[in-house]
Design a protein around this ligand. Structure first.
Ligand SMILES: C[S@@+](CC[C@H](N)C(=O)[O-])C[C@H]1O[C@@H](n2cnc3c(N)ncnc32)[C@H](O)[C@@H]1O
Length: 315
């Protein structure tokens, strides 16, 4: 992994001062670990977090313990359902499911992040997704609710997108995989962050999620044909915390199994195709640490955003 450029230290050399010097000293250990090739994410760590989150959801034990790269430990309390005053009169924030914050080398050695939160060696943290709703009626505020919630409408729209995708030039180009002679054996497809198919606004309904799921289905069909198998021999997993019950029910019909964060990461191995587009989490860095998948498909990357991704939706 060569994401040393993810660190924003360079930008701040001019601002050397007491704080900066302390920052350099405090983060030196993180640099050493990175240079020594220590993974910031491991399957063992993700499995342990997954187990703790499930326990916190299903038992009285609400605490999740996370160990840092340099040995610090932090406990997070899962507080799903707790409310607090909203940002507008008559509204309240409600804490939804826990969200995992994945913190890369670039983030942990960012001076700006240090200035905000101080030193931390935690490559994982637990936060909560939040929704804004009416305090009395509990109705979600616009922007937090979906404007289409009919299974039939979303399913029909997905079917139409599959048809348009299969009539496209890109679909035809993809068939070239069939002629690849050195394709390693594939047993799984793991799709990360393909988004919910339910739109929050009709005007901005871009169907991107539908096309991306259609691609996953095509890959499964092409690869199983190459391997002389039926498509059901290749497992297809999808993970996106934004999936709604409606998404899950539709994807299930297409034999795509939706997994909770971080379980899809744990599934990735050297016989997996990983696909992800514009994820809110550092998928490339996580995957580079935990596995060497047979194939990875993603869109053009912009520079990593140093800030907590989507910080405003967390607390
Ligand atoms: C910018 S959207 C991109 C959605 C879709 N791929 C697209 O191109 O429109 C980022 C997506 O990352 C998802 N995401 C956030 N955390 C995730 C996680 N831990 N695992 C998988 N997806 C995640 C979000 O829910 C959201 O759907």
């Amino acid at each position: 992994m060569t994401d040393a450029q993810d660190s924003d230290c360079e930008d701040f050399h001019s601002s050397h001062g007491r704080d900066y010097d302390t920052f350099v000293q405090e983060t030196a250990g993180i640099h050493r670990l990175y240079e020594a090739g220590v993974p910031f994410f491991t399957k063992e760590q993700l499995r342990d977090l997954s187990r703790q989150l499930k326990e916190a959801e299903n038992s009285e034990k609400r605490d999740v313990l996370i160990k840092g790269l340099e040995g610090t430990e932090e406990t997070f309390e899962v507080r799903t359902g707790v409310t607090r005053a909203g940002s507008e009169p008559g509204t309240e924030w409600v804490l939804k499911a826990p969200a995992i914050e994945y913190r890369t080398f670039g983030f942990l050695t960012s001076y700006r992040a240090y200035q905000m939160d101080g030193y931390s060696d935690l490559s994982l943290r637990v936060l909560h997704y939040m929704e804004l709703r009416d305090e009395i009626t509990k109705e979600l505020r616009p922007g937090f609710r979906y404007v289409v919630d009919s299974v039939k409408t979303i399913n029909d729209s997905f079917t139409t997108s599959i048809q348009s995708w299969e009539a496209s030039e890109s679909y035809t180009q993809l068939q070239i995989i069939e002629s690849r002679e050195n394709l390693p054996p594939i047993t799984k497809i793991v799709a990360l962050a393909l988004g919910t198919m339910q739109p929050r606004s009709i005007e901005n309904w871009d169907h991107r999620s539908e096309f991306q799921h259609a691609l996953a289905l095509t890959l499964r069909r092409i690869v199983s044909k190459c391997q002389g198998e039926t498509a059901d021999k290749i497992e297809c997993f999808a993970q996106d915390p934004a999936y709604t019950a409606l998404d899950k029910s539709i994807l299930e019909k297409y034999e795509i199994t939706c997994l909770e964060d971080p379980d899809a990461f744990v599934e990735i191995d050297d016989s997996t195709i990983v696909l992800t587009f514009a994820p809110d989490v550092p998928v490339r860095q996580i995957v580079a640490d935990i596995a060497r998948p047979a194939m990875m498909i993603w869109n053009t990357c912009e520079d990593e955003i140093w800030l907590h991704n989507g910080r405003e939706q967390f607390m």
